[in-house]
Design a protein around this ligand. Structure first.
Ligand SMILES: C[C@@](CO)(OP(=O)(O)O)[C@H](O)COP(=O)(O)OP(=O)(O)OC[C@H]1O[C@@H](n2ccc(N)nc2=O)[C@H](O)[C@@H]1O
Ligand SMILES: Nc1ncnc2c1ncn2[C@@H]1O[C@H](COP(=O)(O)OP(=O)(O)O)[C@@H](O)[C@H]1O
Length: 301
């Protein structure tokens, strides 16, 4: 894709782009070991959800990065969107090619194990690689992403994946695109809090991908999260009355899958008043890559 063909999308003279940053689910999350640097070795199935934050990028001649976001109490420089831009420029060893105004509309709950921050970073990497014509490959962007967080590469690649290593060794998988009811407890669980816990089990037997796809699996972080956060425990107990329920990532969100949307909605409508949640469909191709493919000549995975 050439810059010219890309820029022709914006005939009003403004170079801007609006892109989704989807949530993900870990349909299973096994911890099979630990590296010497403390990072955990995982086996996980990732699938995207058609439930997304939205990012709007607009280039200008200000020579500044301006981020407007709905996240309270998070300094701009700590936002993964800005961290992604800094990493991108450092990798290319360049100054800011132009000013950029970014608006981030959050819908994905933070600290919920839905990967929102990592997804925002991945969308930023792909968007600015295009808008600034940096010419980096997906693999290069995934490497930059990995330095921001273990979850970023899967969002950069954009295919449902069997993940190993710390989450960066990805094999595409074809999963049924079921409907999920996701309960979003109000507690915010830090990934580090779970991974540092002395009672976390780190010795689940290594599985082959074939067995994992046949039999599924569990989430090794769930027992710790349930013991620390009553809300997570209660949500799993409640949702298990309707379908097998699990936690995603290191929590706090809890989900169950249904074969059709009506079933998922029927359970959603029975959610106790003090709980929040949403129904969304699992997607094997990221909504980000689908949108990019529609508006540019970018090829979806
Ligand atoms: C375990 C997962 C599954 O999706 O949990 P969620 O964050 O989505 O809940 C992710 O891979 C998390 O990825 P991400 O949230 O990007 O984690 P990072 O920022 O890289 O790491 C946060 C902290 O978690 C620990 N960490 C993270 C990933 C990993 N494989 N082993 C670890 O021990 C490290 O202590 C690290 O300092
Ligand atoms: N753009 C962003 N969106 C969400 N969280 C962000 C963002 N930038 C930085 N963060 C930080 O990352 C943490 C983890 O966020 P998130 O990715 O939503 O959770 P999880 O890793 O549990 O899925 C947040 O608590 C917040 O401090």
């Amino acid at each position: 894709m050439t810059t010219a063909s890309f820029n022709r999308q914006f005939s009003d003279g403004q170079i801007s782009l609006m892109l989704p940053a989807p949530a993900k689910l870990n349909l299973m999350l096994h911890i099979v070991g630990r590296r010497t640097d403390g990072y955990h070795l995982l086996q996980s199935q990732f699938q995207f959800l058609d439930y997304c934050d939205s990012l709007h990028f607009q280039l200008n001649d200000s020579q500044q990065i301006k981020l407007v976001s709905s996240i309270a109490d998070l300094p701009t420089e700590d936002n993964l969107v800005v961290k992604a831009i800094r990493k991108l420029l450092a990798f290319k060893n360049i100054e800011l090619p132009s000013g950029v105004d970014i608006r981030l509309d959050k819908k994905i709950p933070m600290g919920g194990g839905l990967g929102g921050g990592s997804s925002n970073a991945a969308t930023t990497l792909l968007a600015l690689n295009h808008l600034w014509s940096l010419g980096l490959s997906i693999d290069q962007l995934a490497d930059i992403g990995l330095s921001l967080g273990a979850d970023v590469p899967v969002f950069v690649h954009g295919f449902a994946a069997w993940a190993e290593g710390v989450g960066e060794r990805l094999t595409p998988i074809e999963l049924k695109e079921r409907w999920f009811l996701v309960i979003t407890p109000t507690c915010h669980i830090s990934t580090q809090e779970i991974f540092c816990h002395p009672e976390l089990t780190r010795d689940t037997e290594i599985m082959t991908i074939t067995r994992a796809l046949d039999q599924g699996g569990h989430n090794d972080c769930e027992a710790i999260a349930r013991s620390l956060y009553k809300e997570v425990d209660e949500a799993i107990i409640w949702l298990s009355r309707f379908a097998p329920a699990q936690m995603t990532g290191t929590g706090a969100c809890v989900f169950a899958g249904f074969d059709d949307v009506d079933q998922a909605n029927a359970v959603y409508h029975q959610l106790p008043n003090h709980w929040h949640g949403f129904v969304a469909q699992g997607k094997n191709t990221s909504p980000l890559h689908k949108t990019l493919a529609e508006i540019t000549l970018f090829s979806a995975p």
